[in-house]
Write a protein that binds this ligand. Structure first.
Ligand SMILES: O=P(O)(O)OC[C@@H](O)[C@@H](O)c1c[nH]c2ccccc12
Length: 254
C-alpha cells in the first residue's frame, strides 16, 4: 500500500505547482505545545475524512469547524491530512484549519520531494510529517534540516526498530513519532510504542501515533511517559470532538 501511495506521489510531484503564500501566518511550535499540554499527555487531533484501510469517516467535513472544535475541546495541536487520492484531504483543508485556530498545525502527507516542504510553508503548516518508511535516513535528515531552515518543525515517523535505529544513527530529531500501525496489515497495537520507547533518548519528544482509541490506551501511554498521542479515527467518529477527547481522559463533558 505504502509503495502504491508513494508511486502516486511521485507522479503528483512531477506537476507540483507552488501555491500562493497564505498571508498573516504566525508559526506555532508543535514541540512546545506538546510539552506544555494541560493534560498529562499532549494530544494532536487529526482531521482525516477517510483512510485507505477504513474508508470514509465523515461525509461532509468542514475543516475549519472541526479545527475550532478540537481547539475548544483542549487539543494541543491539529494534524491535517492533505493527501487527496488516498485520504480525501487537501491543501485547502489545511489552510482553513490553520486560519481557524491558534494551536500548531501539522501537515500530514507523504513528503518525498524537497519542494513539498516549501509548499507546506506556503500553505501555513507549522510542522510536517517525515516518514522513515518513505525516505532513506540521509534524505530524512536532509528534509528535516530543510524544514527547520524554513521555520517549520518535523515529526519524524518510524514504525519499527530497524527504522528507528537507522534514523538515530543518522541524526536526533527533536520530535519522533512511533506509528503503531503495521503498514502491511494495517493492524494497530500500542505494543509498538512500548517496544520502541526504550531505544529513544529521553530528551526527545515522543508521539505515539495511530490506534489510540480508549481511556485505557491513554493511561498506558501516560504510564510510559510519552509526550503526546496522535489521534484520528477515535475523534473523527466520536459524536463530537469534545466528547471524544473527554472520553479519552475520563473527563466530564461540560
Ligand atoms: O486514525 P488513527 O488510528 O487514530 O491514526 C491517526 C494517525 O496516526 C494516522 O492517520 C497516521 C499516522 N501516520 C500516518 C501517515 C500517513 C497517513 C496517516 C497516518
Amino acid at each position: 500500500m505504502l509503495n502504491q501511495i508513494l508511486e502516486t506521489k511521485k507522479t503528483e510531484c512531477k506537476t507540483l505547482v507552488m501555491p500562493e503564500e497564505t498571508k498573516n501566518i504566525s508559526r506555532k511550535s508543535l514541540k512546545e505545545a506538546l510539552i506544555h499540554s494541560n493534560r498529562p499527555l499532549g494530544i494532536i487531533a487529526e482531521i482525516k475524512k477517510a483512510s485507505p484501510s477504513k474508508g470514509l469517516f465523515k461525509e461532509n467535513l468542514e475543516p475549519d469547524e472541526v479545527a475550532r472544535d478540537y481547539a475548544q475541546a483542549g487539543a494541543d495541536a491539529i494534524s491535517v491530512l492533505t493527501d487527496q487520492v488516498y485520504f480525501q484531504g487537501s491543501n485547502t483543508n489545511l489552510i482553513k484549519a490553520k486560519q481557524a485556530v491558534d494551536i500548531p498545525v501539522l501537515r500530514k502527507d507523504f513528503i518525498i520531494d524537497k519542494r513539498q516542504i516549501e509548499e507546506s510553508r506556503l500553505i501555513g503548516a507549522d510542522a510536517i510529517l517525515l516518514i522513515a518508511s518513505a525516505l532513506s535516513a540521509k534524505k530524512l535528515h536532509e528534509f528535516y534540516l530543510e524544514a527547520y531552515n524554513l521555520g517549520l518543525e518535523a515529526l519524524v515517523e518510524v514504525h519499527d526498530a530497524n527504522e528507528l535505529s537507522s534514523v538515530l544513527n543518522e541524526f536526533k530529531p527533536e520530535i519522533i513519532g512511533i506509528n503503531n500501525r503495521n503498514l502491511k496489515t494495517f493492524e494497530t497495537t500500542l505494543e509498538t510504542t512500548a517496544q520502541l520507547l526504550p531505544m529513544i533518548p529521553k530528551e526527545l519528544v515522543i508521539v505515539s501515533e495511530s490506534g489510540v482509541k480508549t481511556a485505557e490506551d491513554i493511561d498506558l501511554l501516560i504510564s510510559h511517559q510519552v509526550t503526546g498521542a496522535l489521534v484520528g479515527e477515535a475523534l473523527m467518529t466520536a459524536p463530537t470532538p469534545k466528547e471524544g477527547l473527554a472520553h479519552l481522559f475520563r473527563e466530564r463533558v461540560k
